[in-house]
Design a protein around this ligand. Sequence first.
Ligand code: AMP
Ligand code: MG
Length: 483
Amino acid sequence: MRKLKLENSYKNLPSKLYSEVKLNPVRLPELKVFNYALATEMGLPIDFLQSEAGVSILAGNASPEGGPLISQAYAGHQFGSFTMLGDGRAMLLGEHITPHGQLVDIQLKGSGKTPYSRGGDGRAALGPMLREYIISEAMHGLGIPTTRSLSVVSTGEAVIREKMLAGAVLARVASSHIRVGTFEFIARWGTPEELKALADYTIKRHYPQLDNEENPYLSLLREVVRRQVELIVKWENVGFIHGVMNTDNMSISGETIDYGPCAFMDTFNPMTVFSSIDTNGRYAFGRQRHIAGWNLARFAETLLPLIDKESSKALQLAQDILSQYGNQHRKRWLVQMQSKLGLVGDPSEDEVLINDLLDLMLKEKSDYTNTFRALTLNQPKETNLYGTEGFEKWYDSWQNRLERQSISRNESDKMMRSTNPSIIPRNHQVEAALESAVKNNDYTIIEQLNKALVDPYAYSKDQISYVDPPSTNGLQYRTYCGT
Ligand code: AMP
Ligand code: MG
């Protein structure tokens, strides 16, 4: 049987960037969820991973072939304050080369203490690890760059939080775990050579096309900005709220990373916050675009010494890129919103139409997903806007606008169907699935939910049972960091 053999390219980086770690075995590992589709896509040895020896690795009880395990060092701005962090409850099993030749990290989360654990126990609870599995896979289904989830293994051990909870280890796959915080760490505590080594590694791994550019580090900044714009707009398209956009939770590759207190918005309101610790709404739905810009400025600061020897020139060059961020985001967002309404053409002409709809939705407390779902299905009566002041006029102007464009009505419908999801992982449904798994050891509801979310744009019959928003006011839903 083919075993799991992994690479270790991160170990070629300056040793300050990681620590070798020992295994912290758990008592009774049991494979609870396994992602066949992902394992197949990645060309992993599926039979082996499901065998006792394989589950041992996925639980952090044994090492795969390929060298020592490491935890990564990073710093970060948490709610605006700079601090030293690092993988406090995670370790990198190694890197795997997919059949497409892509190098991806396989990391365990909840695998025990590391030199970066500070006061924490290095462990994770089953509920939050299953939640990361469900949401990250749903994000993938929604076509949003994200880390993936390979497996969840229960540990047979309790973790102590406010109460005793069942422990678990998540295996997650990422195109890398290099964060803005990784750059902040080495910029603060490393030498210029160490910073350069990280930047060169990042370029080689994520942006190889920049290698021959005149100023690859400036180009790196430009590309990271571009990918973040894409990511934020995609979050906005589906009402995703990350919840804790600290710089250590922003990946340089442009993937969504670190699913803690994230949640999907039901009722449209840019000020929506679910995270119990985000008391000032720093990471509210509508603020994510600004926070991403703030985080990118922290990233840019770390690159300054590489961008130009002359600091004032480096600053000017970086600022030129950052100053375009707001506009770049606005343009890209408008095009995305146009797609939601089946429109093509000069986006600035549709800005009023788009904002008028959002204003109506805010006023009427409309469900974000279901409003666009109903418009997609050409069922305006199904929205709660129907019959309210202003909607008829808006609807008529939208219909007029649809007639006045270069694409056919049919193409327009197709565009809306592939932009507006029929379903999202709604908080109340995710909670119900988790409860059944954690309390009753019944994983059928999770499996059904995951299946429905494989293609959220399918508009299939079996998705209808996931369409309804929560019956009580979903805004009262609270999420926790799951630590
Ligand atoms: P997060 O909020 O998940 O992004 O985590 C922020 C920091 O806290 C990271 O450095 C984590 O590794 C660390 N951390 C979170 N939970 C634990 C835990 N149970 N034990 C040790 N460190 C943790
Ligand atoms: Mg984190």
